[in-house]
Design a protein around this ligand. Structure first.
Ligand code: ADP
Ligand code: ZN
Ligand code: ZN
Length: 743
């Protein structure tokens, strides 16, 4: 340990690379103004490259040889991008998920701020000396130019393009070409000043409905703990007024100058949600999701970080956005699997939201009609406050669910005669029908009727799905595709048959059955074109569509008030899936699809076709609803010592050869034994459920422990040891803490 002279500081920097440790640097050769602070980004030499890093600590000692330390090249920010609290939160997250801190930090930043060549400054314009000297009267015949110059004269340091409110693009070009205006770079604080001058919508909070008793109880419970950490489960059936509860509480937080964060699964699927928040709430609302371009993302991020935005509505990664006056976090549809990031920095935004609220000292609400079993368990253990909204708000009646035994029934287009008759009746009465089939494409299987050949993916242990428009065989796991063969590749026979049915085929088969109905298909393929999803939703809402069919895109968020009949066509294959979470997922899916229907005065009816009507999952769901199902499922989890009654981590490895991942995991298991922790159970290694995927062989080793803390300690020591293991070329491994997918 070298102690450095007192006037010298060592900078501890996390670089934007998958490396666990921090790196020591000397301050820049030319001292920076303002002073260096943790949370500022720096550009550093790294090996032969330059990369961006974040200053995390300043120290007076270093483990490295002082003479080999290099100075940072430059400081990219004029003020910290992340506060001490933000840094603490992200470092905690990195530690909890056993991920490199640099990777976690830079996941938290908008992509443009990860670029080592970009400083944190923002594009703006200012007057040139000629522009300053110009007499504005000479521009009386060009009023738009004159007005723009007059505004710039008020801001000698320059204005951001945002604050200038373009639409003035051509005027600006003219002024630039006349040498009156020039580009400049401004610190982020300038955006904020500019934004404040831009007109704020003069909304004041309005209470449009009278709260019902359950809503009032929920709101009062949270109001009582504003300013302190407390977690709540808001357990309310679809349409019970959960969003109304969020809005009222956010209004209360805003009224005291606080900021709120609402995290939702997918904003693209819920365009009305954003409108509801914007229309009702007085402060500035910004969104953060992946459909924004890099500039929009950065701008909205800055609005949040500066405190200028009162509400951030975002997807998964919004859990990291800096909010200096954070007063409330809501996670809507908290059971949704999209909150878990499945690659790179594997984290759960829902779980991190709870930790973040704890650090920030504010309440957090996890809302759902179908809470995750983990969350329900926390509520049952009284770790979370349990707020229930048992009834639909307003007039809407809950849907009824009926099982339809289709054994020995003749099916047309996969529909039993009972369902077809029901559809005809509803359509004749001017209502809408929703058909749910969770499989896209035309047919899941193409096979030769003569020799039994099956279209397999050459890179995965998976079948190719037949798509009709355009005609292709697609692998849904690795994206590989090929033209549809005209004859059997093995026996040259010409009788190739399509087995099973996806949404494309269902749509095709429905047309002759319902020739007078307008049919719309909603799945990932039919909505690839930008704006198409919104167009279909609007058409459905206007009643221009009689039959809506689609995949789970239909299950999430969007409501179809005109739908009075929901047909769930084929979930049987999922009833017997291997993943221990499969039953929970199906129950949630069924209840969510059901919840889309009959929200207005017209009650909805759900018909679930199955060949396993006696299946205990379906029976408990029908008899006792989601709550009853969840109670049964939690008992099973307890008996099997599965989460939430134990904690899991999954070590995955993959390589180009079949043995390498298994060998590596055996070695990993041996290393684990050296730590001799009796609380830890290891299962495996075993081949992954889908061994080959995208040409790589995969295997996994499951770690299980009753208690979280010993698991954490073990994982920290174990992964450190794993990083020192010799690794065959091309082998990758990763650790998934609290895995959601066991494949
Ligand atoms: P959720 O988020 O639980 O699905 P919403 O908050 O979207 O439920 O409410 C469903 C519908 O009921 C919305 O149209 C909403 O305006 C309306 N609503 C909410 N609360 C009330 C209430 N107390 N009285 C009447 N209507 C209400
Ligand atoms: Zn054949
Ligand atoms: Zn494949």
């Amino acid at each position: 340990m070298a102690v450095v002279p007192p006037e010298m500081l060592i900078l501890r920097v996390a670089v934007a690379m998958p490396l666990m440790q921090l790196f020591d640097y000397l301050p820049p050769a030319t001292p920076s103004t303002p002073a260096l602070l943790p949370g500022m980004r720096v550009r550093v030499p790294f090996g032969r490259r330059h990369c961006v890093g974040m200053l995390l600590e300043m120290a007076s000692q270093t483990h490295q040889n002082l003479t080999t330390l290099k100075p940072v090249e430059c400081v990219l920010d004029t003020e910290p991008l992340l506060s001490a609290l933000d840094l603490r939160f992200i470092r905690w997250a990195a530690h909890y998920y056993q991920q490199p801190v640099g990777e976690a930090l830079f996941t938290a930043l908008p992509v443009r701020l990860r670029d080592p060549l970009r400083d944190g400054l923002i594009q703006g314009v200012r007057l040139t000396p000629a522009g300053q000297a110009l007499d504005l009267k000479t521009l009386n015949r060009a009023p738009r130019q004159r007005e723009l110059l007059a505004r710039l004269a008020q801001a000698p340091e320059g204005m951001t393009l945002d604050a200038l409110k373009t639409g003035s693009g051509d005027v600006l070009r003219t002024l630039r070409s006349r040498g009156l205006v020039m580009d400049c770079r401004l610190p982020p604080s300038a955006t904020v000043r500019g934004a404040e001058t831009a007109a704020m919508p003069p909304v004041t909070f309005t209470a449009t409905v009278d709260l019902n008793a359950a809503q009032s109880v929920a709101i009062n419970a949270v109001m009582a703990v504003l300013g302190r950490f407390h977690s709540f489960l808001l357990d309310g059936v679809t349409g019970s007024g959960k969003t109304e509860v969020y809005i009222r509480l956010i209004a209360a937080v805003m009224a005291t100058g606080g900021q709120a964060l609402v995290i939702v699964p997918e904003i693209g699927l819920t365009p009305q949600l954003q409108a509801r928040f914007t229309e009702r709430l007085p402060g500035r609302v910004v969104v953060l999701h992946s459909a924004l371009n890099a500039c929009e993302r950065e701008r909205n991020w800055q609005q949040a970080a500066s405190g200028n935005a009162a509400l951030v509505l975002g997807t998964r990664s919004a859990v990291f956005v800096p909010l200096p006056r954070l007063g409330l976090i809501c996670v809507d549809e908290e059971q949704d699997t999209s909150f878990k990031q499945q690659d790179g920095f594997r984290y759960s935004a829902r779980d991190l939201a709870v930790r973040r609220a704890q650090l920030a000292g504010c309440p957090v609400i996890l809302g759902s009609a179908t809470p995750a079993l983990e969350t329900l368990h926390n509520a049952r253990q009284a770790r979370y406050g349990w707020l229930r909204l048992p009834q639909r708000a307003g007039l809407a009646q809950p849907p009824t669910i009926a099982l339809l035994d289709i054994r020995d029934q003749p099916l047309q287009a996969g529909l039993s005669s009972v369902l077809r008759a029901g559809m005809r009746a509803e359509i004749a009465a001017g209502n809408q029908v929703l058909l749910f089939l969770n499989r896209r494409g035309y047919a899941p299987l193409l096979t030769c009727h003569h020799c039994g050949w099956i279209g397999d993916c050459p890179h995965c242990d998976a079948r190719l799905t037949l798509h009709q428009r355009p005609p292709t065989l697609w692998c849904h796991h690795c994206g590989w595709s090929q033209p549809v063969p005209t004859g059997c590749p093995t026996c040259q026979g010409s009788d190739l048959r399509r087995l099973g049915q996806g949404t494309e085929r269902l749509e095709e088969a429905l047309r002759p059955l319902f020739p007078d109905a307008t049919i719309a298909r909603i799945d990932r393929d039919s909505t690839r074109r930008k704006g198409e999803l919104a167009r279909l939703f609007t058409a459905a809402q206007r009643g221009e569509i009689q039959i809506l069919l689609g995949t789970q895109m239909l299950a999430k968020g969007h409501d179809f008030p005109g739908v009075t009949l929901v047909g769930i066509l084929d979930l049987d294959h999922a009833l017997y899936a291997n993943d221990f979470r499969a039953p929970e997922r199906i129950a949630q899916l069924i209840v969510q699809v059901a919840g889309r229907a009959g929200r207005a005065e017209r009650p909805g009816r759900v018909v679930l076709q199955t060949r396993h009507p006696e299946h205990p999952l379906l029976q408990s769901l029908l008899r006792d609803g989601y709550a009853g199902f969840a109670a049964t499922a939690l008992d099973e989890r307890r008996a099997a010592e599965l989460p939430p009654f134990s904690h899991l981590a999954l070590l995955r490895a993959d390589a180009a050869t079949e043995d390498a991942p298994l060998d590596f995991l055996r070695e990993a298991r041996r290393l684990a034994a050296e730590h001799d922790n009796t609380a830890i159970m290891l299962l495996g290694p075993a081949p992954a459920p889908m061994v080959r995927r995208a040409g790589r062989y995969r295997a996994q080793l499951l770690v299980q422990c009753r208690e979280r803390l010993p698991l954490q300690h073990f994982l920290t020591r174990w992964t450190a040891a794993l990083r020192t293991l010799p690794r065959p070329r091309g082998l990758h491994w990763s650790l998934d803490v609290d895995p959601q997918e066991m494949s």
